[in-house]
Design a protein around this ligand. Structure first.
Ligand code: PLP
Length: 364
């Protein structure tokens, strides 16, 4: 049986008719940019997260860098960010010429709140938390630290749509929650798309102005902005998928529960959640000291896996200029050498799950 690490086609066929009907509606409407689908999606996604406002943007990276731009964080400022994140989180900081200050993760892949305060300096302006793999980070401790030191708090929720900490949705704890709707994300579009959620009305308005060349009224440009609009087609398709989020999350939770109950190889370590956190299981990430041998073993059985991520941002070629050497973040670097995302996707059959479980349990 051939099993891919992710199957976006399954997620489409689950609601094929609804997606196709919506796509045709939008195509026939004659209105393709910043119309009713976008404003309806913004309302519905804000309501879904519990935030006051949502602003649709062109991508998750745009959500991140525009967030720091509008929070006026730039040259000479430092932003504390976890070492084990996708590099886009860090680019959101450095596109604005601010400096990323890396902090190690805790044992749940989230930002380790106990290690933040030692990194705070005069220059520290914000903390950027990534709810990696769909697992909520320990937000109560992080919020307390940010309040105490008067720091801005931005959340990278590109992998955590619907994940909660103490019942509250990720993305709503700080100043800005940044979302990606890249097709492979849990709430995935059929192309690039992103959004922010915020509680502050003035800030929401600034995002709306910035995404459209800095203009509130057409051809009256207040600031130098960007072209970062969510389009009508993607917004319409996202609205369809959003109505099914609860069942989509539940399906992933069931697969994760089965993995946790049945995977029993002594050579692997299963993911665990922080107290009070939920996961929407964007990825199911195991750890294995013999990871590369495990990948090969699974490949021989036609089971695809992915490493999220093999090179931590501080060691990426793009960030050589920061001057960090291997060994700078031992926990992050050890994770990069041992983590493995095993197949997890909506529409994964029980037979496929069983095949993966039996294969991994046979690894010795
Ligand atoms: C996908 C992702 C992003 C970037 O989103 P795009 O829409 O691809 O720009 C940012 N951060 C994390 C953690 C991601 O997984």
């Amino acid at each position: 049986m051939k099993i891919m690490p992710n199957r976006m086609d399954r997620g489409f066929y689950m609601y094929q008719k609804e997606f196709e009907d919506k796509a045709l509606d939008v195509l026939r409407s004659g209105w393709y940019i910043l119309g009713k689908e976008v404003s309806d999606f913004e309302e519905e996604f804000a309501a879904y997260t519990g935030a006051n406002y949502c602003v649709g943007l062109a991508s998750g990276l745009d959500a991140l860098w525009i967030a720091f731009r509008l929070l006026k964080i730039g040259t000479g400022d430092e932003v504390i960010v976890q070492g084990n994140t996708y590099i886009a989180s860090v680019m959101g900081i450095t596109i604005n010429n601010a400096t990323p200050i890396f902090v190690e993760p805790d044992e749940h892949f989230g930002m380790d709140p106990g290690k933040i305060e030692a990194l705070i300096t005069e220059k520290t302006k914000a903390v950027l938390v990534t709810h990696l793999y769909g697992m909520a980070s320990r937000m109560d401790e992080i919020v307390t630290i940010c309040k105490k030191h008067n720091l801005r708090l931005v959340e990278d929720c590109a992998q955590s749509h619907g994940a909660r900490y103490n019942g509250q949705m990720t993305g709503t704890f700080g100043d800005v929650g940044c979302f990606s709707f890249y097709p492979s994300k849990n709430l995935g579009a059929f192309g690039d798309a992103g959004a922010v959620v915020v509680n502050d009305e003035a800030l929401a308005k600034e995002f709306k102005i910035f995404r459209n060349y800095g203009s509130e009224k057409r051809y009256y440009n207040k600031v130098v902005g960007a072209n970062s609009r969510l389009d009508e087609l993607q917004a319409g398709l996202l609205r369809v998928r959003l109505t099914h989020m609860d069942e989509l999350i539940e399906e992933r939770r069931k697969i994760a529960t089965r993995y946790a109950a049945e995977l029993n190889s002594p050579l692997i370590q299963l993911p665990t959640l922080a107290l009070g956190a939920t996961s929407v299981w964007h990825q199911y990430v195991i750890r294995c000291e013999e990871r590369d041998r495990l990948i090969e073993y699974l490949n021989e059985r036609e089971i695809g896996t992915i490493i999220h991520y093999p090179i931590p941002p501080h060691l990426a070629e793009a960030y050589q200029y920061l001057g960090h050497e291997p060994g700078f973040l031992p926990i992050t670097e050890h994770l990069a050498q041992t983590v493995l995302s095993i197949p997890m996707y909506n529409g994964m059959t029980e037979e496929e799950q069983t095949y993966v479980i039996e294969a991994i349990n046979g690894f010795g």
